[in-house]
Write a protein that binds this ligand. Structure first.
Ligand SMILES: [Zn+2]
Ligand SMILES: [Zn+2]
Length: 306
């Protein structure tokens, strides 16, 4: 489906996109776009390789570990930590979260989180990174190849850009995925590589993208936020809790996105487990009234909760 018939509000001429910098790595230069395109679609085609390699028990275990492990790297790491700082942790475990997120092949933590902060600030307005008002496919994956969003916005994420090891991962973001692919091959041979890396990475990409596309189109709106975010239980199951997106847009400071007991939020449960063993702390919760069923008195949403 396409929402292209519902155009964006009239906007002023856009300024030229910021150039990629050393923080992005030289391969982010637009002269090398064809390599990025080729790799992106090449991984999709390679995912079909599972039809030819057959399946082994090891391959299935690798698939489960690389899909859910890296999904947590995105939801618990890139999103709830680097974008929104919904809990605190040590510098060492912060690096582990960044490494896990980078392994998901969604570029570096500073790029991902700095653009996500823009998404919340400009939700569904002309300056939004991936509003479905620009069309379904643009919000799903087209924006990733849009020149406007190639550069890491270092000025939007000074709180993490100050760490040289995080800057390094942002610049060398392709190293963890390549390392993971090699590891999958060494552990599980060709079935391990194709299930544990190519298929897992492709499904992980599109599971993540549904939050930018479908979660702003399908589902229920509990809170009257000034964007199109929705709560969608199916997407919450697919993405380990990110589908409670209307809750999240209303109160992005919370590590917990499923506000009610029945709103399954596996990322939050894992974060609670990590807090129980002392790896993270100060896990932020929604206020008690937000978890109640009667929200008639709900205050207006704020965009300053990050
Ligand atoms: Zn967010
Ligand atoms: Zn959103």
């Amino acid at each position: 489906m396409s929402l292209a018939s519902n155009p964006m509000p009239e906007a002023k001429p856009e300024p030229a996109p910021p150039p990629v910098t050393r923080a992005d790595g030289v391969w982010s230069s637009s002269a090398l776009d064809w390599i990025t395109y080729g790799l992106y679609w090449g991984v999709h085609v390679a995912a079909l390789g599972v039809l030819f390699t057959g399946v082994t028990q090891t391959a299935l275990v690798l698939f489960a570990l690389t899909f859910w492990g890296r999904l947590f790297g995105i939801t618990g790491g890139y999103h709830r930590y680097f974008s929104h700082k919904t809990f605190k942790t040590s510098r060492a475990f912060q690096f582990v979260l960044a490494l896990l997120g980078t392994a998901a092949t969604q570029k570096g933590p500073l790029w991902w989180a700095s653009l996500h902060r823009i998404h919340h600030r400009e939700s569904d307005g002309p300056g939004d990174v991936h509003s479905p008002k620009r069309g379904f496919w643009y919000s799903h994956q087209g924006w990733i190849f849009d020149k406007r969003w190639q550069a890491t916005r270092l000025d939007g994420i000074p709180d993490f850009a100050k760490y040289p090891e995080i800057q390094w991962l942002n610049r060398w973001h392709f190293v963890p995925p390549v390392g993971l692919a090699v590891l999958c091959f060494l552990v599980g041979g060709l079935p391990g590589l194709f299930w544990g890396f190519f298929l897992s990475t492709t499904l992980l990409w599109h599971a993540t993208y549904t939050i930018n596309s479908l979660s702003h189109v399908f589902g229920k709106r509990r809170f009257e936020t000034d964007d199109t975010s929705r709560n969608n239980w199916a997407l919450a199951l697919l993405t380990c809790g990110e589908g409670w997106h209307n809750n999240h847009h209303y109160y992005m400071a919370s590590a917990r996105q499923g506000f009610r007991w029945w709103e399954i939020d596996p990322t939050y449960y894992v974060l609670r487990g990590l807090a129980a063993v002392g790896l993270i702390w100060d896990v932020r919760e929604p206020p008690a009234w937000m978890k109640q069923t009667n929200l008639a008195e709900a205050p207006a949403p704020t965009r300053k909760a990050a």
